[in-house]
Design a protein around this ligand. Structure first.
Ligand SMILES: [Zn+2]
Length: 284
């Protein structure tokens, strides 16, 4: 699976390149954990403006994100309590995920993570001095001790477990619906991705896996994860519901799948891959 931004022509930059036209730009405006969106007839989009100042909203901080095609992309942080202009509203990233396309979801996630990192790194974690934004790198710099604070990323593994025609899915307590998904969990310090796969699957299901293969990755900005996907095969063990995370852990076949995560998620891509691959298995 290719990276989602790859096909969209997005180039991440810290400083705007000078040889680009200064026309309309995309503006990702963040208030706490919400994004300013615009409703235009049936389409939901983000503001496309020459300058964000046109909206007359107060801005706390601004970052350049890069180029999407020929257009610049910026993110701005708005103070709490600011009302959206007419025809616009603030929406959470999970809601955007339900009705937008990959481009806006990716951009909004990127903007949210950068704004959140900036907001939480105003002071040096080593010496407590006020930091400043590095001019040419995506970093906050401490003028006192020189420490650089980069945006935080938390790698997490997400894993599909296949046993012939069956796939192991879990229903987590945190799911608001009766949805089932693949097993996922954060990588611990000192652990390889493969070790994290084996540990998480064992913890959440009691199952041992083998044939761990890289599948693809997806930024998951809730708040700053990077999901690294793997496919595996069942090796041994019986399902045990020992982990406090899950309500249910169960094997499913491709023709008896439960409610699944949305199409944009890597979890769904893994499950779709399973459905596709079992289609080609010889009949029993
Ligand atoms: Zn410092």
């Amino acid at each position: 699976m290719a990276s989602m931004m790859e096909n969209l022509g997005f180039v991440s930059l810290v400083v705007p390149s000078k040889d680009r036209p200064t026309g309309l730009s995309w503006w990702l405006a963040i208030q706490e954990d919400k994004i300013l969106i615009q409703q235009e007839s049936a389409a939901t989009t983000i503001p496309l403006l020459k300058d964000f100042g046109e909206l007359g909203l107060p801005v706390l901080r601004q970052h350049y994100l890069g180029l999407l095609g020929e257009r610049h992309c910026f993110t701005v942080e708005l103070p709490e309590g600011v009302s959206p202009p007419t025809g616009m509203r603030f929406e959470g990233l999970r809601q955007i995920y339900d009705f937008t396309n990959e481009m806006f979801f990716s951009l909004a996630g990127r903007a949210l993570q950068i704004v959140d990192w900036d907001r939480t790194h105003q002071f040096c974690g080593r010496c407590g001095s006020k930091t400043r934004t590095h001019l040419t790198e995506r970093a906050k710099e401490c003028p006192q001790c020189g420490f650089l604070h980069f945006p935080r990323l938390a790698p997490a593994i997400i894993v599909l477990i296949q046993r012939g025609r069956e796939v192991l899915l879990v229903r987590a307590h945190r799911f608001e619906t009766a949805m089932y998904s693949t097993i996922a969990g954060f990588v611990e310090p000192g652990e390889t991705l493969e070790e994290a796969v084996v540990r998480e699957v064992k913890e959440e299901s009691g199952i041992m896996v083998k044939d761990i293969r890289y599948f693809g990755s997806q930024p998951w900005p809730f708040p700053h994860s990077l999901m690294v996907g793997f496919t595996t095969n069942y090796a041994s063990g019986e399902i045990t519901l020992s982990d406090a995370e899950n309500v249910d852990v169960r094997w499913f076949t491709a023709d008896s799948l439960p409610q699944l995560p949305g199409k944009l998620s890597i979890a769904r891509r893994l499950i779709d891959w399973f459905v596709e691959s079992t289609r080609n298995l010889p009949a029993r």
